[in-house]
Design a protein around this ligand. Structure first.
Ligand code: HEM
Length: 522
């Protein structure tokens, strides 16, 4: 809904400014009625048995935008019941063919690059935010190499260094944030967690200088840049709207921040005392011999910051909310801390984090119920047959996978709606045993036949999973060591999902009440 209202508001402001409302209201109304009639007749009379069924809609261009935008999963489930696993809907003029279920996930994630292209699905949204020449603004083979470079900076050695840095940031946040003043209180997670994940990711992966800049001169830049990811920009990123002007200014300023850091490091002013992603990306070269320029390092850093921030912040918030609703799981997590670290709770380390099965299973379970990305898209490049059907998807369409649908399907997960981290006991190594392939950035799961793919699969699979687990694991562990927490009195369940953003967030303020544990020492 946010997509639609935002779009209409912004569009009318724009059109008014341009004096384009020249058509009289009566003529305009007649035009709309005519277009609705033609659109409906077209759907009823011209059904192509060789193309996926089209979800019925009254208005051309608008299609199913509103119902999809309001509650994507409700929309997917209803369409699945009515049309099966494969169907097409209209999203602001684009024809989206959705392919559900494990086979549908496989179809989108493991499609050949020549047939299915992510760049054309995402670049208009991401390039103004990340900057040019990286991720979806370069040929796919270069993205594969950029992902390889990024992965070199996500090793056991780096994670060992990051855990204490992340923990220190969390403790500092607990000590300085007004939300955690005293022995008990309440905290709006929608405000606190984005700050906490931004500070922890910037202090570790992004490096000390970036963390310092985010508390001082650059504090607002992140927010302005982030506004580039508003849903209205999904279709109209180029509109001359105030938030886009701010986005472009912030993008240039953020890039300059990284470029200045790189220049200081290259000049020897900053010595390599710490491990971080900037050091890792500096002086990398593609197989062709072309080097990854400083500007492209800066743009990769922005891409990593944005890719990690939304996903980690949403996942952390949902985890704390579900734990607040289930004190017995909170207790199991605390007991695990005592078991692994001793009753005095020795400091967290990366090695020990991997022994925290309950923490890891909790993260897995949250990502099953609340995968941050509900829709994965690709542009179809040549007519494509959907296996086991008569359907050919035309090259004018986009395809969409929604692995969150199979992850919540009773067919694959008993009591699928229930938050139950224990369901993963004994399945910890499932993905390790899955079929793997190297697309150019190391072996990754092909995801074949898995109903659970919160990190995607295939050539576009996430490279940030382990970092996310380190960050989330450290935050959850520190939280349960420090506090007991619950939902506000009288609130029975976690808040509803807010789909107004690019990721599936908990509806604000997502409040929890906390009480400091006796003798907590971080
Ligand atoms: C790709 C999910 C954290 C960096 C993806 C994709 C998914 C995903 C589903 C595939 C997108 C597609 O196929 O179109 C998540 C989740 C996260 C998370 C659930 C946390 C809970 C991170 C972090 C980073 C990151 C922390 C960076 C440190 C990336 C990158 C890609 C990616 C670079 C590759 C994009 C591509 O190849 O097209 N992520 N992500 N992610 N993610 Fe993550």
């Amino acid at each position: 809904m946010g997509l639609l209202t935002g779009l209409l508001d912004q569009a009318s402001v724009y059109l008014e400014g341009q004096n384009l409302w020249v058509v009289g209201p009566a003529a305009f109304g007649a035009l709309i009625v005519l277009s609705v009639v033609i659109n409906v007749l077209n759907q009823l009379l011209f059904k192509d048995p060789n193309q996926p069924p089209v979800v019925f809609h009254w208005f051309p261009f608008l299609g199913s935008t509103v119902v999809y935008g309001m509650e994507p999963y409700k929309f997917f489930n209803k369409c699945q019941e009515q049309y099966g696993d494969v169907f097409t809907f209209v999203l602001l003029g684009r024809k989206m063919t959705v392919t559900l279920g494990p086979k549908g996930n496989e179809f989108v994630f493991n499609g050949k690059h020549a047939d299915l292209c992510a760049e054309e699905a995402y670049t208009h949204l991401t390039t103004p935010v990340f900057g040019t020449g990286v991720v979806y603004d370069c040929p796919n083979h270069m993205l594969m190499e950029q992902k390889k470079f990024m992965k070199f900076g996500l090793t056991t050695e780096t994670f060992k260094a990051y855990v204490p840095l992340i923990k220190d940031e969390i403790v500092k946040y607990f000590e300085t944030s007004p939300f955690f003043d005293g022995q008990s209180g309440k905290v709006p997670l929608s405000t606190a967690i984005p700050q906490l994940t931004l500070f922890t990711a910037s202090r570790s992966l992004q490096g000390r200088e970036v963390r310092e800049a985010l508390t001082t001169t650059h504090a607002d830049l992140f927010h302005d840049l982030d506004m580039g990811f508003t849903p209205v920009n999904f279709m109209f990123p180029w509109l001359p709207l105030p938030h886009n002007a701010k986005r472009d200014k912030a993008q240039r300023a953020m890039a300059k921040l990284y470029l200045d850091i790189i220049a200081r490091r290259k000049s020897g002013e900053e010595s390599k005392k710490e491990i971080d992603m900037i050091w890792n990306l500096m002086n990398r070269s593609y197989k062709s011999g072309e080097s990854l320029s400083d500007l492209h390092v800066a743009h990769c850093m922005i891409a990593l910051l944005m890719a990690g921030q939304h996903t980690s912040m949403a996942t952390t918030t949902w985890t704390l909310l579900h734990l607040a609703a289930k004190p017995e799981i909170q207790k199991a997590l605390y007991d695990e801390q005592v078991k692994v670290f001793g009753k005095d709770l020795a400091p967290l380390t990366y090695e020990k984090l991997s022994e925290l099965q309950m923490v890891n299973n909790t993260i897995k379970e949250i990502l099953r119920i609340h995968p941050p990305l509900h829709s994965i898209m690709r542009k179809v490049k040549s007519p494509l047959h959907v296996p086991d059907t008569n359907y050919i998807i035309p090259a004018t369409h986009f395809v969409m996978a929604a692995p969150g649908v199979s992850a919540m399907d009773e067919k694959y997960f008993k009591n699928a709606k229930e938050f139950d981290p224990f369901r993963w006991v004994g399945h910890e190594a499932d993905e390790d045993n899955a079929e793997k392939f190297d697309f150019g950035f190391g072996l990754v799961s092909k995801g074949t036949a898995s109903p659970y793919l919160p990190f995607g699969a295939g050539r576009h699979r996430c490279i940030g999973e382990q970092f996310a687990n380190v960050q989330l694991g450290t935050i959850i562990s520190t939280f349960v060591r420090e506090f007991e927490f619950s939902l506000p009195p009288g609130q029975k369940d976690v808040p509803l999902v807010d789909y107004n953003s690019m990721v599936a967030l908990a509806t604000a303020p997502a409040m929890i009440h906390w009480k400091r544990r006796a003798g907590s020492n971080h």
